[in-house]
Design a protein around this ligand. Structure first.
Ligand SMILES: Cc1cc2nc3c(=O)[nH]c(=O)nc-3n(C[C@H](O)[C@H](O)[C@H](O)COP(=O)(O)OP(=O)(O)OC[C@H]3O[C@@H](n4cnc5c(N)ncnc54)[C@H](O)[C@@H]3O)c2cc1C
Length: 267
């Protein structure tokens, strides 16, 4: 069950141009969050209603007494969030949504993670959980350029060495992360793929996994308002039992079986 918490910011720092890591104390149900779940954060100034809506952010990494969020400043809400300082209280609701399914995997399972830009955070948290159950994931991380690289340090601290690509070739392979991921899939022996990133990237990852018959779960990031399944602003089209229907990303997702998502005209 999600709860509403006033959390005193432990640390808040810029980790790349326009990207921040925000560290908060674990409290209540948040300590039971699963990778892929998110919190929705109230970013307005005291006694102001602007911005009115909470902003959804994935859980990035956790420790016994704390967890953190990693976000990119894209608009009013995240700009306002970036102005919060350590010691200030932040109003968070969570954990929200359905996370990745991974406890069914056996130790040693061959798992691949594919992250794009600020789609990386839930995959770092997932890596932590996979390592705890004896699974060492292969990680593919794509960014627009070396300036936008986030999450690599966290993966390396966990003993993982991600394959990196940048669209402009400023770090790692030049091109989309889906290209290097496709080469890996072609080598075989992948049991499951987990992905988070921009929708076109997810659609491509889903298509590739489907072509090789590999299980794939995607964490979607639709614009959302309430975050608790009421307002229907975050729907995406899914296919079930031969029919299409709208699914609420905040409640039924954000993680979906990639085969169920209707990628063309589905949002
Ligand atoms: C479940 C979920 C988890 C998320 N996790 C993260 C995360 O870990 N780190 C992170 O940096 N961002 C994450 N996002 C995206 C983040 O919520 C948005 O970037 C943020 O709400 C934008 O708020 P804003 O007021 O700064 O921008 P706004 O002024 O509201 O929007 C500015 C622009 O940002 C883009 N945008 C806005 N909302 C979204 C959205 N939900 N998804 C994609 N693009 C959006 C649009 O292009 C928009 O025009 C997540 C979104 C969802 C739904």
């Amino acid at each position: 069950m999600p709860g509403q918490y006033q959390l005193e910011i432990i640390d808040h720092r810029q980790v790349a141009p326009g990207h921040f890591e925000l560290t908060l104390p674990q409290q209540g149900e948040l300590a039971r969050a699963e990778p892929g779940q998110f919190v929705s954060v109230l970013v307005r100034a005291p006694e102001s209603f602007d911005p009115l809506l909470r902003r959804p952010l994935s859980i990035y990494r956790t420790a016994e007494d704390r967890f953190s969020l990693l976000y990119r400043v894209v608009g009013r809400g995240t700009r306002r969030l970036s102005q919060f300082r350590a010691g200030e209280a932040l109003d968070c609701v969570g954990p929200l949504g359905r996370g990745f399914t991974y406890r069914d995997l056996s130790p040693g399972a061959k798992v691949v993670l594919v992250g794009g830009g600020v789609g990386v955070p839930p995959l770092v948290f997932l890596s932590q959980k996979l390592l705890q159950i004896g699974i060492v994931p292969e990680v593919f991380a794509g960014y627009a350029s070396s300036e936008h690289v986030v999450g690599l340090g966290a993966w390396r601290e966990a003993g993982l060495e991600p394959v990196v690509s940048t669209d402009d070739g400023s770090l790692g392979y030049r091109g989309y992360v889906t290209q290097v991921f496709a080469e890996r899939l072609a080598q075989g022996s992948v049991e499951r793929v987990y992905a988070c990133g921009p929708r076109p990237m997810l659609a491509e990852v889903a298509a590739l996994a489907g072509r090789y018959g590999v299980d794939c779960q995607v964490a979607m990031e639709e614009w959302m308002a309430c975050g608790i399944g009421v307002c229907l602003s975050c729907v995406t089209k899914v296919q079930e039992g031969g029919a299409n229907r709208w699914a609420r990303v905040c409640r039924e997702g954000p993680v979906f079986d990639a085969r169920k998502v209707v990628w063309q005209g589905g949002s």
